[in-house]
Structures are given as C-alpha cells and as structure tokens.
Ligand binder design. Sequence first.
Ligand code: HEM
Length: 408
Amino acid sequence: MAHFTKATSIHDWLNQRLAVDAVKKVLATEYWIPKNINFLWAMGMILAVTFGLLLISGIFLMMYYKPDTKLAFDSVNYVIMSQVGYGWLWRHVHAVAASVIFLIIYIHMFTGIYYGSYKKGREMIWISGMLLFVTFSAEAFSGYMLPWGQMSYWAGMVITDIFSLGALHFNGLVEWIRGDYVPGDAFLTRFYMLHVVLLPLAVIALIVFHFATLRIPHVNNQDGEEVDFKEESEKYLSGDTKNSKVIRFQFDFLSKDVMVLGFFFIFFFYLVFYHFEFAMDPVNFDPADGLKTPTHIYPEWYFLWTYEILRPFPKNPGLLAFGFAQVIFIFLPFLDRSPNVGPASKRGIFKIWFWVLLVTMVLLTILGKLPPVGIYTTYGTVIASFFILLWLSLPIVTLLEKPIGGKK
Ligand code: HEM
C-alpha cells in the first residue's frame, strides 16, 4: 500500500489519494500548445461549451416536455413558451445552440481540412471528430421530432422512408424503425429516449475520446510545422518562454480561448434574444397532421447538402450517393495521398480542391432548400454528381502535389 503521511491541507490530502497535481499537469499546466495558431483553434472549446449549454437548457426543457403525441406540441408551444417562468428563454437557447453548433462544427471541420490536421499521426483525431459529427446529426434529428409539429412529423416520415427505398425495401425495416406504419406514439417515445439518454451519452463519451486522441499528437499549427514538443516544453520550463515554440494550455492558451468565447457569446445571445426565429421553422408551429402533407418538406439548414445528394437521383443510386456522402469524410486521412502538412494555400492543386469542395457544399445547401422542380433538379443532379467525383479525384489530386520543403 502507498505511503500516506499526515495531510497538511485538503489539497495535500487529495493529492496523496488522487494525484491531483500530476493529473493537472497532464491535462492543463503541462499540456503544450504550439504558439503559431490562430482564433480558429478556439472552435473546439466553443463546441464543448455550446454542447454544455445544450445539456443544461435540455435538462430544464425536459422538466415540462411530454413525450406523447397528444401532449407534446402543447407542452412545448404553450406550457414551456408561455406558462413556465423563463421557459421561452431555455427553449430559445436550446434551439439556437442546436443550429449554431453545426455552423461551428463545419468551421472546425473545414479548419482541419484546410490545415491538414487529419494527417499522419492525427488520423484518430479526425476519425473521432467524424464520429462526433454523425452522432450529433442523429442527436439533432431526434430532437427535431420532439415538438411534434408538421415539420417534425413529415421530416421524420421522409427520413425514415429512406429505409424503405430501393434495395432497402424488405421485410418491414422501416416499420421496425418507426415502431408503427407511420410516425406515432412509439416513434415519438423512442426518439425521445434517443435524444435525452442514448445519444447524449454517446456524444459525451466521444468528446472524451476526441480529447484523448489529441493528447499524444498535440494540435497542429497554422504552418504545418513539426514541433518537437519535448524539446520546446523543456525550453519553456527552463524559463526561456520567449524562444520556446509552445505555450501551456492552462492558462496561456485558455485565456485566448476565453476571449474568442466572449465574442462568440455576443453573437450567440444576439441570436437568442433578437433572431431566434432563424432556428425555428414556421411550418413547425402547426401541430403534426398525418393527413396534411406540407407543400415542401426540407430538413434544417445543416442537413440540406446531404439531402440534396439523395434527392435528385432515382431510388438505388440516390441511396448509394447518400451513403457515400455520409461516410466519405471519415476516410479523408487515407484519401489524401500527399505527405504535405500545412495550410492548403501552400499545397498547390489541393488549395483549389478545398475551395471547390466548400463552394459545392454551399451550392448543394442552397439547392436543398429549393423545391425539386424543373431546372433545380438538373442543377441538383449535376452538382451532387460533381461532389462525388470531387472526392473520388482526391487521391489523384494529392498524388500530383509537389512536396513542400521542410514539411514531413
Ligand atoms: C462537439 C464536437 C467537438 C468538440 C467538442 C471538439 C473539440 C475539439 C477541441 C477542444 C480541439 C482542440 C482545439 C481545436 O483545435 O479547436 C479539437 C481539435 C480537432 N478536432 Fe474537434 N471537436 C468536435 C468535433 C469535431 C469534428 C466534427 C471534427 C471533424 C472531423 C473534428 C476534428 C478535429 C480535428 C482534426 C482537430 C485537430 C486540430 C488540430 O490539430 O489543429 N472535431 N476538437
């Protein structure tokens, strides 16, 4: 058994039992961050905090929400919005955070792509990030069902219908998922369970895993420079902080994170108080009605690009294209064949690939919101096919890339 001495303080008592000083060093005071990074490296922290806001606001909403098709709509739109003190505030915080978190996730993902933060040694950071993306998508979708408005019902119908399309049309798969022939009570309660228990637990576990994947390779930097963290941290600890290429997480980097977080909060609460409607579809303020199909059914803005990859094609090719779009990002570390790490601006043809991918996804997002008629269907088919080709071309594009000097 370990040797325990008489504790001189609570800190000492805890330290003898839990090695709090050692843990603090590993996680914070001797967790090294490169100096040459910019505000985009604060997005991870913003995501973690926004997820925290979703959890807290969600807990308050759960106290009054009723997962029953007869009560759900009123419990949200009447009880929470007008009967419960500050219920409207928790609802707006929750809805705005759910939407804004996707904006930040996309910025965070594209920062990773731009700076090659998924490359050799950092593959697991990327993969765990993509697992978070998929789980978050399921979390957002299940949450969207809960107010049981027209869009909840019909988006639920359309998305679960995917499991009855083409080759998937077998043996009552879609009924098994819904728990009924059409979305009803069984559907609502299982999505409620997913939204408040299973998926949040999965997200928390994945965030812990994502953080763990960062510990050994450390975060990348804006020049793609291979920093020798051992040497640089020794320099820092010996007092030569000026010439060291690294800073401590606590409080050097944290203070910068908190500053960016401050700006983010101004933007966030501006939306919560003055523009919450952007996160709430007007059609969803009508109660769900299985006999009245809305003229145009579309998902929230962050799913529009994938929706547009499913929609323009016939059933089986549509399913394949949709499946491709869901999984392809996860393979990025293996599709990028170039050894270059560093900003896309220094990577020749990859720079073009990066910006074309971004514009393609914006165009798909715009088209996903427009009705699938006439010329829009043609544009949709062309751009969705282009998106697939773009990804298939990545190994060739990156093989053509010339090595940039001094990079691994
Ligand atoms: C709620 C979800 C997420 C949280 C809380 C989170 C958190 C973080 C944090 C705190 C960092 C370190 C600081 C930073 O670079 O911002 C980080 C880095 C990273 N994350 Fe995430 N992340 C999430 C989702 C994602 C997603 C969806 C991806 C996309 C695949 C991703 C990919 C990465 C990558 C590649 C890095 C390394 C950046 C670098 O080395 O420069 N993360 N994440």
